[in-house]
Design a protein around this ligand. Structure first.
Ligand code: RM4
Ligand code: MN
Ligand code: MN
Length: 433
């Protein structure tokens, strides 16, 4: 393969030099401020550096709405080019060392070669994702009326076999989890028998569960609507939790933030799943209306903080079975996907660090004293603390960019990729269309 453009370390260092001084100054000031609250700023820097979130292979392509997709320039045309973009994100923000693959969108011809290509760039593979919400060329059966829950056993078997194939590919890639999201449901009242569809789901999932290697977990993702507009088989966390319990200790419930009705108390769902030992992890994104797949933290940053408040509480209390997998699951329709993914990863680290700033003893006291206003103000104090200098220092020390967006733009990466990757006319190469 001809040498492809990469942002090199010396360029990042050069960019950092320009911002270094103000970061030092702000960091010192924040350090003093936090010391008054008995917080060691260095502890927060290490927390920021420990935080990890996986990037979805499908997220580096430009997405689209159900009306149109507007392609960007220099879009990755195959999984290798997608990994190049993922490596660029990782290089600049340092918190995204893993990639989550969607099969067959990003099915490798040879999984071992792909793994080697990834590890050469410091990348590894996170959870696998199956796709039984679309028909694929060569498939005998259609998923028009469902997949794992279809009334016809032959369709269900095909969908089960696809999930098992994903696990097989994942084994070679070094993945340790498989995520199942199905689009199954009904568009009209009466179309589906609610109980029977769920029974069929469990029957299919048992076969998938049986194919899991010992050290793997399976993540099930609920969603209240879409593509089915009247009813969805795995519609909410309660149904999801029931299924995870039925299946066994390797089954967990995945929370995709966009899969809840507006105003649902997602942080409380997170708290419940933690308490019941069944939280798989997250697909992070943000939304205004439904599954809008907007950038994390762009619409409801306080909610994101409250979710992390639950997660950090569980982390500090060493709750059993608490080992959440974090992934971004977004559709970048009007932005450069690399920019969106970088900024989203930064938003997650921000929420995580801010959640570590919550004075938990004081919060417990306020709760026990039935003092809602004080409890809220303790949370708000953490949420309103500008932790940007901590994030910048954490990145700089890890070899990343103080200002990832600016460094990326200055590097001319996208322009260089546009030259390297002329678009293939007429082929929808990426994105959720
Ligand atoms: C779904 C769900 C899945 C994702 C697909 C593309 O709404 O979020 O996780 O794989 O979209
Ligand atoms: Mn998702
Ligand atoms: Mn979704």
């Amino acid at each position: 393969m001809a040498a492809h453009f990469e942002i090199d370390d010396s360029f990042i260092a050069e960019q950092n030099q320009k911002a270094h001084e103000w970061v030092e100054e702000d960091y010192e000031h924040l350090g003093k401020k936090l010391r008054r609250q008995n917080v060691d700023i260095e502890d927060l820097v290490s927390k920021a550096q420990q935080f990890r979130v996986a990037v979805p292979s499908w997220g580096v392509g430009t997405g689209g709405t159900r009306f149109a997709r507007f392609a960007g320039i220099g879009e990755p045309r195959d999984i290798y080019e997608k990994l190049e973009d993922c490596a660029t994100i990782f290089k600049l923000v340092c918190s995204t060392p893993a990639v989550s693959l969607h099969i067959p969108w990003d099915k490798p011809d040879d999984a071992a070669t792909l793994r080697e290509f990834a590890s050469g760039r410091g990348l590894s593979f996170d959870a696998m994702n199956s796709n039984t919400f679309q028909d694929q060329p060569g498939h005998e059966h259609s998923y028009k009326f469902g997949s794992l829950t279809h009334p016809d056993k032959a369709v269900r078997d095909q969908a089960v076999a696809h999930n098992i194939e994903c696990i097989e590919i994942g084994k070679t890639l070094g993945s340790k989890a498989h995520t199942v999201w199905i689009g199954d449901g009904g568009h009209f009242p009466g179309q589906q028998h609610f109980r029977h569809a769920l029974e069929r789901y469990l029957e299919s999932m048992r076969d998938i569960y049986a194919a899991l290697p010992d050290d793997w977990r399976v993540f099930m993702e609920h969603k209240f609507y879409e593509p089915a507009f009247y009813s969805t088989v795995i519609n909410d966390w309660g149904t999801n939790y029931y299924c995870a319990r039925e299946l066994g200790p390797k089954a967990f419930c995945l929370v995709d933030l966009g899969h809840h009705a507006p105003n649902v108390n997602i942080e409380m769902i997170v708290g419940r799943l933690i308490q019941f030992g069944k939280l798989a992890g997250f697909h992070f994104n943000d939304s205004k209306y439904g599954d809008d797949d907007l950038d994390s933290g762009s619409i409801k940053p306080f909610q994101l903080f409250l979710i992390f408040n639950e997660l950090v509480d569980a982390e500090l209390n060493k709750i059993t079975n608490f080992n959440p997998a974090y992934m971004l699951d977004q559709s970048h329709n009007v932005t450069d996907p690399i920019e969106s993914l970088m900024m989203s990863a930064v938003e997650l680290v921000r929420a995580y660090v801010q959640a570590h700033l919550v004075d938990r003893d004081a919060l417990t006291e306020a709760q026990n004293n039935c003092d809602p206003l004080l409890a809220l103000s303790i949370l708000k104090q953490a949420f309103t603390t500008d932790v940007a200098p901590i994030l910048a220092v954490a990145r700089e020390r890890a070899g990343g960019a103080i200002d990832p967006l600016n460094a990326y733009r200055q590097s001319g990466y996208r322009r260089r990729k546009a030259e390297e990757r002329p678009s293939i006319k007429g082929v929808a190469v990426s994105g959720i269309v």
